[in-house]
Write a protein that binds this ligand. Structure first.
Ligand SMILES: Cc1cc2nc3c(=O)[nH]c(=O)nc-3n(C[C@H](O)[C@H](O)[C@H](O)COP(=O)(O)OP(=O)(O)OC[C@H]3O[C@@H](n4cnc5c(N)ncnc54)[C@H](O)[C@@H]3O)c2cc1C
Ligand code: SF4
Length: 315
């Protein structure tokens, strides 16, 4: 159906992102293709887990096996939006969720008054008018964590089924942010734990009860004793795709995670993050806070206590 209908149709899973956007006329389509018929199971192996795309965020957040082996993933799922939205929102929808921008996530009337922008109905970027591209932000909480954990997604489309690393699902473009074909459905996510995988997700947002991230850090570590043998750090909400921090990962490999190493790795991880003024709170401050969320996520991953929300005291 999706291949036949082309841009006239969109998939809908929980609808928690799509329905408000339809209301604001950010998408103008004739047909919704419901994905309710997809399986909704978490298949637990001893080290490998496959999560069907239709599993809700609250189910993933509560699953004891995910909490034990992939604490950061369960916590990222549990930090998306608010409890009612997590009861309807799915892990597949969270991987495919639209990029965000203060000039785009507005009512039709607001956008019309502002003159519209490249991402919908306009021809310039209102954040960076001299830029030929859109810089809307990847704001999924679970995508960076799935990448940090070396996750794989399975897609099904008219040409059959294929599986590839979650990182390959995204492009550095605020409009064409997904590398999949529009008619392809994400059907599952596969996560595999190593002998001593530890993970954590730290999310910064204005209101801990509902908001999207303004910066987030997903960290997955393998430790050999107290030495880091493998490390992946992926940032949310600072680029149009989940942004990896390879310099910090390379720096930490073979090191003991003492406070000095954590501090230096966090500095390195923050360097590639260049937030623009298109999300909540000041982009200068968000840039400074990237270092803080990475530092906290690294510290938290070592103790494997899951994730937390950085509170904005005084706001
Ligand atoms: C107030 C509010 C706060 C929010 N806060 C957050 C937040 O903090 N963090 C966050 O990550 N998200 C947040 N969201 C967005 C949303 O709730 C979540 O991203 C949710 O996981 C989306 O899942 P869904 O199943 O509802 O997707 P839908 O809304 O149904 O779909 C979202 C997009 O994904 C596509 N899609 C859905 N499933 C599939 C699939 N299996 N294969 C291919 N394409 C698919 C749809 O076509 C659509 O483009 C928030 C939304 C609201 C309204
Ligand atoms: S980054 Fe620019 S083009 Fe993209 S949504 Fe924002 S204003 Fe529009």
């Amino acid at each position: 159906m999706a291949a036949d209908l082309g841009p006239r149709a969109m998939f809908v899973a929980g609808g928690t992102d799509l329905f408000p956007k339809l209301k604001r006329r950010q998408f103008e389509i004739d047909i919704l293709i419901g994905l309710d018929f997809l399986p909704r199971q978490i298949h637990n192996g001893s080290a490998e887990h496959t999560i069907d795309a239709g599993v809700t965020l609250s189910t993933a957040a509560r699953n004891p096996h995910l909490n034990e082996l992939f604490a950061g993933y369960a916590e990222a799922a549990g930090l998306v939006s608010s409890p009612p939205l997590r009861n309807a929102g799915t892990i597949g929808g969270n991987l495919c969720v639209d990029t965000r921008c203060n000039y785009y996530d507005m009512t039709y009337e607001w956008r019309k008054a502002a003159g519209f922008c490249l991402k919908k109905d306009g021809d310039i970027c209102l954040v960076a008018p001299s830029s030929p591209r859109c810089w809307a932000l990847s704001s999924s909480d679970t995508a960076p964590m799935a990448i940090a954990l070396d996750g794989f997604v399975t897609l099904v489309g008219t040409t059959g089924e294929r599986e590839f690393p979650v990182a390959s699902l995204y492009r550095d473009d605020g409009i064409e942010y997904m590398a999949k074909q529009p008619h392809e459905v994400v059907t599952s996510l596969r996560l595999k734990a190593g002998a001593d995988t530890r993970s954590a997700y730290v999310k910064l947002r204005r209101r801990g009860s509902i908001d999207f991230p303004v910066a987030g850090a997903a960290v997955a570590l393998e430790l050999d004793g107290d030495i880091v043998s493998r490390c992946r750090i992926v940032l949310s909400a600072v680029a149009s795709y989940p942004l990896e921090a390879p310099a910090a990962e390379a720096f930490l490999k073979g090191k003991r995670l003492d406070p000095d190493a954590v501090r230096e790795a966090a500095e390195l991880a923050a360097k590639p993050a260049k937030p623009l003024d298109n999300a909540d709170l000041s982009h200068f401050w968000r840039k400074r806070m990237v270092r803080v969320v990475v530092e906290q996520a690294l510290a938290q991953a070592t103790t494997n206590r899951g994730a937390s929300v950085v509170k904005l005291s005084g706001r």
